[in-house]
Design a binder for this molecule. Structure first.
Ligand code: KIV
Length: 291
């Protein structure tokens, strides 16, 4: 039986003849090399959901996450709970066609890993097989340690995710940052449990700076912060948030561009030119072929 494999086909975006300057001399990031960056130069991580964005992000990023935030920023869902394994696999395949040097990690969506370590392995191995990604990410702390151990011991590297866990928004009553000191011990215990279970790195989302600092010193795997201050070993942002292509602007997002404005302007000018017939011009038009 053959599994769907798109990994052997070379992508049009990764032409070896046209290696961008920023990628020259860079080695492909591996899981051990990523873990070894603990306490070293900050790890640059971003999400990507399409091949071309992955191609661009790959010029700078150490890690590309195909996160389940794609449900919100690409598919217009109100949260990440409706994301399926099929969504993750499809976007994972697209990203793998654009990425070359960065470590590609794909999120396990809500409902695909919580039931048992065996089910988690079945779904995570589908993600790895069908996308060609190197590792998976899953949300959860102490309660997910047996699952992380099961996957890691069977060849699937796991990035964990603690602190604010968007997949638990219904139990938490929304997207709630962890600020009060009374909650710190639980988050530190989660981080230690996932480390001990074999996670190679841990995303720390929406926590107070003091907690991020403490946690980062107490675990030996790299902490990747999102809304978790500069105290982490690396940072991640959702690409669409970072370039200003998504209306939400949580406090922790810095907008490095305003793509929404650029796109609106381009659409407006196009509509105007179609309406007044100034587009297309002769430059964009075929003339009859002379035999
Ligand atoms: O889904 C996602 O984009 C994430 C990041 C916020 C870390 O999990």
């Amino acid at each position: 039986m053959s599994t769907t494999s798109t990994t052997s086909k070379k992508s049009a975006l990764t032409d070896p003849e046209q290696v961008p300057e920023a990628k020259k001399g860079r080695k492909k990031m591996t899981v051990p090399a990523f873990s070894a960056r603990k306490g070293g130069a900050p790890l640059v991580c971003l999400t990507a959901y399409t091949a071309h964005v992955a191609h661009l992000v790959d010029e700078q990023a150490d890690m590309i996450l195909v996160g389940d935030s794609l449900g919100m920023v690409i598919h217009g869902m109100p949260n990440t709970l409706g994301v399926t394994l099929e969504h993750m696999i499809m976007h994972g395949q697209a990203v793998m066609r654009g990425a070359d040097k960065a470590l590609v990690v794909v999120d396990l969506p809500f409902g695909s890993f919580e039931e048992s370590p065996e089910i988690a392995f079945r779904n995570a191995s589908r993600v790895v097989k069908e996308t060609g990604c190197t590792a998976v990410k899953l949300e959860g702390g102490r309660e997910m340690a047996p699952t992380i151990r099961h996957l890691a011991a069977r060849g699937i590297p796991v990035m964990a995710h603690v602190g604010l866990m968007p997949q638990q928004m219904n139990t938490a009553g929304g997207f709630k940052a962890v600020r009060g000191e009374d909650m710190w011990d639980a988050v530190i215990a989660d981080a230690k449990a996932v480390e001990e279970a074999g996670a190679f790195s841990v995303v720390v989302e929406g926590v107070a700076e003091e907690l991020a600092a403490k946690l980062t010193t107490e675990v030996s795997i790299p902490t990747i912060g999102i809304g978790a201050s500069a105290q982490c070993d690396g940072q991640i942002l959702v690409f669409e948030d970072m370039i200003g292509l998504f209306p939400r602007v949580p406090t922790f997002v810095k907008r490095y561009g305003n793509m929404e404005e650029m796109m609106r302007d381009a659409i407006e000018r196009y509509a105007l030119e179609v309406r007044d017939r100034s587009f297309p011009t002769k430059d964009h038009t075929y003339s009859a072929k002379k035999e």
